[in-house]
Write a protein that binds this ligand. Structure first.
Ligand SMILES: Cc1ncc(COP(=O)(O)O)c(C=O)c1O
Length: 433
C-alpha cells in the first residue's frame, strides 16, 4: 500500500471500488480532473447533486445568510429562514398546507416519519399502533432502525441485528414478485391488505414505500394503479401512507413528486432529502398533511421528536432555498422533453450487448446488465468521460446495473454527450469476446 492508500483506509466509507480520478474543480454537471480533462456526472453524485455543482444561486443564498447568523436552532432564534423554506418547499411540491419537520439527512427523515406516524395514530385512536410495513427491494436509510425495516438485499443486517423488523410485503416488480412469468399489476397491492389484516389493522401505524424505486432495484416503476390501490387499502384500515421520496422527490422523475405520475395516491406524509439539499447540504424534510398534522400538537401527543442540534440550521435552509431557486428557473417543457429523449435513447440500448433491461422515468433510469458486466461497463463509460453509479442486488444477489440520473439542469448537449458515451461503451463491450 502506498501512503495515499494507507491514509485512505483510515477513512471508513464505502467498500465499493473508488473512482480512479481525482477531482480538483466542478461546474454544473461537469467534474474537472487533476489531469485537466472533464468528466460528466451522469448520476448526480449519489443521486443528489440535482442542480449540478458550484451554483451561483446557491452561493448567493449562503452569502446572504452568512453575515446574519450562522447558527440558530429553532429554539435559539426566530426561525424565519426555516419558515421561508417550508413555505417555498410545500408550494413547490403542490402540498401548500402541509406542516414540515426538518432533519439533517434522509435516514433521520424516515426515523422522524416513523415516530410521527406512531404518535398520530395513537392520539387519533387512543391506542398504540406500532408496526410500519415496508416492501422487499426497498431502502430507507442506514440507521439500525431503517436498515432493520427495509428490504435491500445487499444491506440487510444479520438476522440477530434486525431488531425483529423486516420487509412485510413483496415489491410490485420482478424479480421479487413473480406471477409465473406474468407481469405485476395493481392487484399486487392486495398483498398489503392481506398483511395488514393478518397483523390486525389496529397494530399497524403506516406503510412506508418508495413510489418509484431508487438505487436498490435500479429505478423500478410500479404498475399503473398500484399506488392508488395501496392508498385505498390503507385508508379503509386507518393505516397511514408514508412515501419515501428521499431520492425521487423534487423533479428527479420528471414531476415535483414521483407520486404525481398517478392520480389518487397522495400520501399522508412525504420524506424528501437528496434533491432538496442537492449535495450542497445535508437535509431531510418530513411533510405532514393538514388532515393529520394537528394531532401532533394534541394535548395527548408525545413531545415532538427532537430533530437534532443541526436541524433547521440557517445555512442549510439558505442552501435549500438556493436549490429551489435553481429548480424553479428550469424551463419545464424543455426539461420534460429532454427526459423523454434520454429515456428513449436508453431504451434503445435494451438488449444490446450486456444490457438486460432498462426502466425508469424522467431523469432516473436503471440499466440492468448481465452478471459480470457492471464493472467493465463502468470503466468503459468512465474512459469516455462519464461517471455513473452502480446498483447491485436488485432483489437477487447477482443482478446488477447502472443508475443513469444526470443533474436536472443538464443541457441537450450534456445529455447527448452522456448517451453517446454510454452507447459507445455498451457497443464496445458487445464486441469484446
Ligand atoms: C429511498 C431512500 N431513503 C432513504 C435514504 C437515506 O438517506 P440518507 O443517505 O440521506 O440518510 C436513501 C439514500 O440513498 C434513499 O435512497
Amino acid at each position: 500500500m502506498d501512503q495515499y492508500e494507507t491514509r485512505r483506509a483510515r477513512l471508513l466509507t464505502s467498500t465499493r471500488p473508488l473512482p480512479s480520478f481525482e477531482v480538483v474543480g466542478a461546474d454544473g454537471p461537469w467534474l474537472h480532473r487533476a489531469d485537466g480533462s472533464h468528466i460528466f456526472d451522469g448520476s448526480s453524485g449519489l443521486l443528489c447533486a440535482n442542480v449540478g455543482q458550484n451554483s451561483p444561486k446557491v452561493r448567493a443564498r449562503i452569502d446572504e445568510q452568512f453575515p446574519r447568523y450562522t447558527f440558530g436552532g429553532a429554539a435559539v432564534v426566530q426561525p424565519h429562514i426555516g419558515m421561508e423554506l417550508v413555505d417555498r418547499l410545500c408550494r413547490a411540491v403542490g402540498r401548500p398546507d402541509d406542516s414540515v419537520a426538518l432533519t439533517t439527512c434522509g435516514t433521520l427523515g424516515v426515523e422522524v416519519a416513523v415516530g410521527l406516524a406512531r404518535n398520530i395514530t395513537r392520539v387519533r385512536d387512543g391506542q398504540q399502533r406500532r408496526d410500519i410495513l415496508t416492501s422487499t427491494l426497498s431502502y430507507h436509510g442506514n440507521s439500525a432502525l431503517t436498515l432493520g425495516l427495509a428490504g435491500n438485499h445487499a444491506r440487510r443486517p444479520r438476522p440477530e441485528d434486525t431488531l425483529g423488523l423486516g420487509p412485510a410485503f413483496p415489491a410490485p416488480y420482478p424479480p421479487t414478485h413473480g406471477h409465473d412469468g406474468g407481469r405485476c399489476d395493481a392487484s399486487c397491492a392486495d398483498e398489503i391488505a392481506k398483511e395488514i389484516d393478518r397483523r390486525g389493522a389496529h397494530n399497524v401505524a403506516a406503510i412506508l414505500i418508495e413510489p418509484v424505486n431508487g438505487s436498490t432495484g435500479g429505478a423500478y416503476v410500479p404498475p399503473d394503479g398500484f399506488l392508488r390501490r395501496v392508498s385505498d387499502i390503507c385508508r379503509e384500515r386507518g393505516v397511514l401512507v408514508i412515501h419515501d421520496e428521499v431520492l425521487t422527490g423534487l423533479w428527479r422523475t420528471g414531476t415535483p413528486l414521483a407520486s404525481h405520475h398517478w392520480q389518487g395516491c397522495e400520501p399522508d406524509m412525504v420524506i424528501l432529502s437528496k434533491g432538496l439539499g442537492a449535495g450542497y447540504t445535508g437535509v431531510g424534510a418530513v411533510l405532514v398533511s393538514p388532515e393529520i398534522a394537528p394531532l401532533i400538537r394534541h394535548k395527548d401527543a408525545d413531545p415532538l421528536p427532537a430533530m437534532g442540534t443541526m436541524a433547521t440550521h440557517p445555512l442549510m435552509a439558505a442552501a435549500c432555498l438556493g436549490v429551489l431557486d435553481e429548480l424553479e428557473a428550469i424551463d419545464m417543457p424543455a426539461f420534460t422533453a429532454r427526459g423523454k429523449r434520454l429515456g428513449a435513447a436508453l431504451n434503445a440500448l435494451n438488449g444490446v450487448g450486456p444490457v438486460r433491461d432498462v426502466r425508469g422515468l424522467g431523469f432516473l433510469y436503471g440499466m440492468e446488465v448481465t452478471q459480470g458486466a457492471l464493472w467493465p461497463l463502468m470503466k468503459a463509460v468512465e474512459d469516455r468521460g462519464v461517471f455513473l453509479y452502480p446498483f447491485t442486488g436488485a432483489g437477487h444477489p447477482t443482478s446488477e446495473g447502472l443508475v443513469v440520473a444526470p443533474p436536472l439542469t443538464s443541457t441537450d448537449a450534456d445529455i447527448a454527450f452522456l448517451v453517446t458515451a454510454l452507447s459507445e461503451a455498451v457497443t464496445a463491450l458487445n464486441r469484446t469476446p
